[in-house]
Design a protein around this ligand. Structure first.
Ligand code: AIR
Length: 179
């Protein structure tokens, strides 16, 4: 027989664990992508969404990529944000090994400002989707906001925060003045 006190503490522990578990993974092909991908993490922090960050290169650490993608769901991840530049195969390859939503962020490169990254991520053949965002910081920010809107489907407080964020965005435009 478990006492009420014990019941309460085990309940609290489960709630705490659920809250602590990272729901979003922010992965990238190289440390050089961090300057862009950091923007996604700043948004996630702003909304109090727990996340992990990891450097995974599709062609330099293929085994790590497979292990990560195959275990992400078991680790209770809900969304993967993946940034890569050049021949940016990381988001597509990860998407091929998990049914979690993969949000791809094309990293700017010296080739046409990152057109190579954009096309590599956006041109997935049918069957394995990768949601693709703008090249660079806007893309990283929007990928995080999109992750939040997906999580908000089952999270009332996140939905409220997102609504407030949109209101603030509108107000910032209404306050704009041309002097
Ligand atoms: N990259 C790394 N492994 C696979 C890919 N596509 C990308 C990184 C980075 C670019 O190659 O995402 O944008 C250059 O990486 P580095 O390490 O040379 O700076």
């Amino acid at each position: 027989m478990i006492s009420n006190k014990k019941k309460e503490s085990s309940k609290a522990a489960i709630l705490k664990r659920v809250k602590v578990n990272p729901e979003v993974a922010v992965i990238m092909g190289s440390k050089s992508d961090w300057i862009i991908m950091k923007e996604a993490t700043l948004i996630l922090k702003k909304f109090n969404v727990n996340f992990i960050t990891k450097i995974i290169s599709a062609h330099r650490t293929p085994q790590l990529m497979c292990d990560f993608a195959k275990n992400a769901e078991k680790k209770e991840m809900k969304i993967i944000i993946a940034g890569a530049g050049g021949s940016a195969h990381l988001p597509g390859m990860v998407a091929s090994m998990t049914i979690l939503p993969v949000l791809g962020v094309p990293i700017p490169t010296s080739f046409n400002s990152g057109l190579d990254s954009l096309l590599s991520i956006v041109q997935m053949p049918k069957g394995i989707p990768v949601s693709t965002f703008a090249v660079g910081k806007s893309g990283a920010i929007n990928a995080a906001l999109n992750a939040i809107s997906i999580l908000a489907l089952n999270d009332v407080s996140l939905k409220k925060s997102l609504t407030k964020y949109r209101e603030d965005l509108s107000n910032s435009v209404l306050r704009m003045k041309i002097t």
